[in-house]
Design a protein around this ligand. Structure first.
Ligand SMILES: [Mg+2]
Length: 226
């Protein structure tokens, strides 16, 4: 265990599991029904949704608007219905291979662990349970419980995790995948920031935002860094 680090925090989506699985599962679940309503095949609906997602990135506020437009449909009511159903979607989920092992190893080495995740709180809480992650975290901060200004990249949720754990930010590391929102807040507090190349930003030559101080090839390398 590092002499100065006491706690290790994690982002959730694309850091501990492939969030793309969630969208793919939703698209598959609604494809046939939506195709029937739109007068096209379920296969076409699924392909257009997946292709639109690939172009816009997950969490894009106009994902369903754009996909429906590409199928010749402009229907705000249907978009609202799909968004609402997307947030209520509850598929079985799997963490990245080795993610639970790494959390277990960190805990066994004496580190406290915490989660800071953006997104709708109900959905994020469901993911944590469905992924089997709950037993491996000492503290969980769901920023959806707070006003938008306190979500990432605000330092607030990271400071809150520290307060709850009774540690100083400089005694923490935070692991994430997204340079747009994962690293600025913890960096401003003096946390060590560590990037994993497992999200939509992986492989981009010059990703936007704030890069992490350290990069690892995967969660399995954390042990060698901390
Ligand atoms: Mg992420």
């Amino acid at each position: 265990m590092s002499a100065t680090l006491l706690a290790v925090g994690f982002d959730l989506d694309y850091t501990l599991w492939d969030h793309g699985d969630f969208a793919a599962s939703f698209f598959g679940a609604i494809a046939c029904e939506l195709g029937g309503r739109l007068g096209c095949s379920g296969r076409r609906v699924e392909c257009v949704l997946a292709d639109t997602l690939a172009r816009l990135t997950l969490g894009h506020p106009r994902l369903f608007d754009e996909a429906l437009l590409r199928m010749g449909v402009e229907d705000p009511g249907l978009v609202a219905e799909l968004v609402e159903r997307y947030h209520r979607h509850r598929p079985p989920l799997r963490p990245y291979p080795g993610a639970l092992d790494e959390l277990r190893r960190l805990r066994n080495r004496g580190y406290r662990t915490f989660l800071v995740t953006d997104g709708l709180s109900d959905t994020q809480r469901y993911k944590v349970e469905a992924l089997g992650l709950r037993p491996w975290f000492d503290e969980l901060v769901f920023t959806g419980d707070f006003p938008r200004i306190l979500h990432k990249p605000s330092p607030f949720p990271f400071l809150l995790a520290c307060r709850r754990l009774g540690v100083r930010p400089r005694q923490c590391a935070y692991v994430g995948d997204n340079p747009l929102c994962d690293f600025e807040g913890p960096m401003r507090l003096g946390m060590l920031t560590i990037g994993v190349p497992t999200g939509p930003f992986a492989g981009r030559p010059s990703p936007p935002g704030h890069p992490p101080e350290r990069l690892v090839a995967g969660l399995g390398e954390l042990g060698g860094l901390l």
